[in-house]
Design a protein around this ligand. Structure first.
Ligand code: NIG
Ligand code: FE
Length: 407
């Protein structure tokens, strides 16, 4: 088996040995000077000092990098909605001129307007749009990305989105984790209450997904204007019983979602902008990973999720971009995580863990997000000699090279 030795990197941060949950001090970050990574068959074989690895593996093919480079594990974006068509620039302008997100939805904008654009777009065109967004994510260092459906909102259209996501994934290096978000909103053309729509999904969409294996995860938007907590709970429990992994959009405008996520054994609850002491304490007592979405805060101009307090309480906070056409149109995870760090006072170690291994765990993945033997060789190099530059430059320091499974 051919092995490749990649390096030398001025600094290599394996992000190993960090606590699985709770606050992390920067002193806990291991920094290997003049480091290298040995890779075979897409997996990491060894991590260490370049010179030591050269001596231990004299037959390895050398892939030498030039100049100042800092290496991190590839980034994981655990929450996106990048399979969509159209723009909501009009909503954005109107919100900035004083309208609220929910008012815009009621006035014919919002998620429903993206559903109409997306339904009117062919599967192939959606695949191309999604692929182009994957290109952007990869250029920014993201090597694993979760992509939700949720702009189809009936059986045929949701399957079209899941097919488009699958096709984009097949054509791309980035690892894609698909999630069904058919429970994003009750579509205006359904003509029934939320509980009837969810029953329709359970009866007609879920069996097809189950049979064809289009995804292993389901999400729901828990909110009065979408699916109230009491209605969401039996839907999630039914999915859990069928063996699907769960994630929840919760506590974005009103509380209630995080409680349902805990009760139903979800992997993660994402948003949390309005979570208070009660929700934070409950999350800290659970296995659910809270996911902050600073891109939605920046897009809507609302509060950030209480990231500092969640970490202090002992949660394994992850950070994701929520890239979508409505609340989070920007899509730059690193920029958003760096901004969250300044407002919420997060250490570099907490941010790095939140966009790598803790984000991977929010997706149920333990084979990535750190540079350790046996992990996927997903790597991102930044053109600097000091890892602190990465957040300091707030997304402006663009990776010099990204490797997915070593290539
Ligand atoms: O995560 N909150 C619900 N869903 C998305 C927004 C989707 C949209 O506005 O198109 C979110 O913010
Ligand atoms: Fe979202």
């Amino acid at each position: 088996m051919s092995t490749t030795l990649i390096g030398p990197f001025r600094q290599l941060l394996p992000l190993t040995g960090l606590p699985e949950r709770g606050a992390i001090a920067d002193e806990q970050l291991l920094v290997i000077p003049e480091g290298g990574v040995l890779v075979a068959a897409g997996k990491i074989v060894a991590v260490g000092k370049w010179q030591d690895l050269r001596q231990q593996y004299p037959t390895a093919v050398l892939e030498e990098v030039a100049g100042d480079q800092v290496l991190l594990p590839g980034l994981v974006d655990a929450h996106t909605h990048i399979c969509f068509a159209g723009s909501r620039a009009q909503d954005f302008a109107a919100r900035n001129a004083g309208k609220s997100y929910l008012e815009m939805a009621q006035a014919g904008g919002g998620i429903w307007s993206t559903v109409q654009h997306t339904r009117a777009t062919s599967q192939d065109a959606l695949t191309a749009l999604t692929r182009a967004r994957l290109d952007r994510l990869l250029a920014n260092g993201v090597t694993t990305v979760e992509i939700k459906s949720g702009y189809g909102l009936n059986v045929v259209e949701e399957l079209k989105l899941l097919h488009a996501i699958e096709a984009a994934a097949d054509q791309h290096q980035v690892a894609v984790v698909p999630t069904c978000l058919a429970a994003h909103l009750v579509p205006k053309d359904f003509g029934g209450p939320p509980e009837a729509y969810l029953q329709y999904l359970l009866d007609e969409l879920v069996p097809v997904i189950e049979q064809e294996g289009y995804c292993r995860r389901f999400d729901i938007f828990i909110e009065q204007s979408a699916f109230p907590a009491a209605v969401a709970r039996p839907y999630l429990l039914a999915l859990k019983e069928r063996g699907f992994a769960l994630t929840v959009h919760g506590d974005q405008f009103t509380t209630g979602g995080s409680q349902v996520a805990i009760d139903c054994g979800a992997l993660s609850v994402d948003h949390l902008e309005v979570s208070g002491e009660r929700e934070i304490a409950q999350l800290a007592n659970s296995q659910v990973i809270p996911v902050a979405l600073p891109g939605a805060t920046i897009g809507l101009g609302c509060a950030f999720a209480p990231a500092r307090r969640l970490l202090n309480a002992g949660c394994a906070l992850a950070i994701a971009s929520d890239w979508n056409p409505g609340s989070a149109p920007q899509g730059n995870l690193l920029l958003q995580a760096a901004v969250l760090a300044t407002f919420e006072k997060l250490t570099t170690a907490e941010v790095f863990a939140g966009i790598t291994q803790r984000a991977a765990r929010a997706l149920g993945l333990t084979d990535r997000g750190m540079l350790a033997t046996g992990c996927r060789a997903d790597l991102v190099a930044f053109p600097t000699n000091d890892y602190r530059e990465i957040l300091y430059q707030q997304g402006s320091l663009v990776p010099s090279r990204v490797w997915c499974e070593g290539g």
